[in-house]
Design a protein around this ligand. Structure first.
Ligand code: DI6
Ligand code: FE
Length: 400
């Protein structure tokens, strides 16, 4: 077997197979053309001129953050202060804050400015072992600014070397110029944008915010019909603040994922398990908003719904730039096991993006995207907050 390189003397958490974490205690990985061509006990590793020992370090798949709004402009720290003083999210929005204040700032920024500010926010995620990220639009809310956001998202992939899924979320909020005319906004802006983004190859997926304060299930369906026709994947912000049947709607469209799910009912869980739609848990938003209603984790576990965990990084409801902290919160706040949380930011995060054949586990045929850690015990990764445990990242077989 021709092999470019072998990593050896590693404690591998492959996140594949039937044993806990898929551990190979004294493991090795052989790489050709950036992909894993062999994985197993170090003593059986194929011959190669280029062998690098990882000195017994733990190795997992590089991390996957499958739900972020990391491209934006402006600042909403004053809102954080207001909410702590008891002002509601609704009142803040009525006074011109909330999503609309971010929209104003994004419309005033160019694609290059948007990418530059996002880059500084990507850094802490990268320092934590990130290999793949999903990034949404949704703060432009007109033709030109949404396209600017998509261009910024694409450029971030080129600059950082991260794998990036670009998601069009034009149906995020109703812009001020369409106040009271949500249907017209869908027809005039969202649907044409879906078609343009697909034509230009700027988006991989389409998302919508299906919520009482945003778009109805009927309006969401019209956006998704256009997405399907354009051949784009589908994701949904579902059942975060109320039960509008979002999980079932997502499943009905064969969505890759339904995200949030605090108010999802039994019917939604059954539909998701049938369609293979991934449940993306976003404990950062739950924590920041001081919510009490939790997603039905135990019922989803029983029904075999795959569960991913993401940061939901955004300037309003989830200002959090740590995927390991999000995984910690998924355990402490939502009741995931440590193994489920680690799978949620690797294997299931990849599945939520439709990338499960490329990344997310350490298996033959997949890209060799690794996070190499300086921890003695694997659960420490999730147990500690703020510990900076990363030794280094490998993307497509090369140190990043
Ligand atoms: N995702 C979102 O898009 C909204 N909440 C969430 O979890 C709000 C984002 C914002 O306030 O900017
Ligand atoms: Fe979100």
């Amino acid at each position: 077997m021709r092999v470019d390189r072998v990593f050896t003397k590693a404690r591998l958490a492959t996140m594949a197979g039937n044993t806990p974490y898929g551990v190979i205690d004294d493991g090795a990985i052989a790489i050709r053309d950036g992909r894993i061509v062999w994985i197993g006990d170090a003593s059986d590793a194929p011959d190669c001129d280029d062998v690098e020992a990882l000195e017994g370090r733990w190795v997992t798949p590089a991390l996957v953050d499958c739900h972020t709004h990391i491209v934006f402009a402006g600042d909403r720290s004053n809102e954080f202060e207001k909410r702590l003083a008891g002002v509601s999210y609704e009142t803040i929005a009525r006074e011109g804050g909330g999503i609309v204040s971010t929209v104003k700032a994004v419309r005033a920024a160019g694609a290059a400015d948007l990418a530059a500010s996002a880059l500084s926010r990507l850094d802490p995620l990268i320092q934590e072992g990130l290999g793949t990220i999903e990034i949404k639009t949704g703060y432009g809310l007109n033709f030109e600014s949404e396209l600017n956001m998509l261009k910024a998202i694409r450029s971030l992939g080129l600059v950082t070397g991260l794998r990036v899924q670009s998601t069009l979320l034009a149906a995020h909020a109703i812009p001020p110029e369409y106040a009271g005319k949500a249907d017209a906004y869908i027809d005039d802006v969202c649907i044409p944008l879906v078609r343009e983004a697909a034509r230009e190859g700027l988006a991989d997926a389409v998302d919508a915010y299906c919520e009482g304060i945003a778009f109805s299930p009927e309006q969401t369906r019209r956006v998704f019909d256009a997405a399907k026709e354009a051949g784009l994947a589908i994701k949904l912000h579902a059942d975060q603040l109320s039960d509008l049947g979002g999980a079932s709607l997502a499943a009905d469209y064969g969505a890759l994922s339904a995200d949030h799910l605090e108010y999802t009912t039994k019917a939604g869980i059954v539909d998701m398990s049938r369609s293979g739609t991934v449940a993306v848990l976003l404990p950062g938003a739950f924590y920041m908003l001081n919510e009490t209603r939790k997603p039905p984790v135990e019922a989803m576990r029983k029904a075999g719904v795959p569960m991913a965990v993401a940061t939901d990084a955004n300037p309003g409801t989830s200002p959090i730039l740590s995927l390991l902290t999000s995984a910690n919160m998924a355990c402490t706040l939502f009741g995931l096991t440590v193994e489920e949380a680690l799978a949620g930011i690797t294997r299931e995060g990849a599945r939520a993006l439709g990338f499960q054949n490329e990344i997310g586990t350490l298996e033959v045929g997949k890209r060799c995207d690794l996070a190499v850690w300086d921890v003695d015990h694997l659960p420490q990764l999730i147990q500690w907050v703020g510990a900076r445990p990363l030794h280094g990242r490998v993307l497509s077989g090369e140190w990043a």
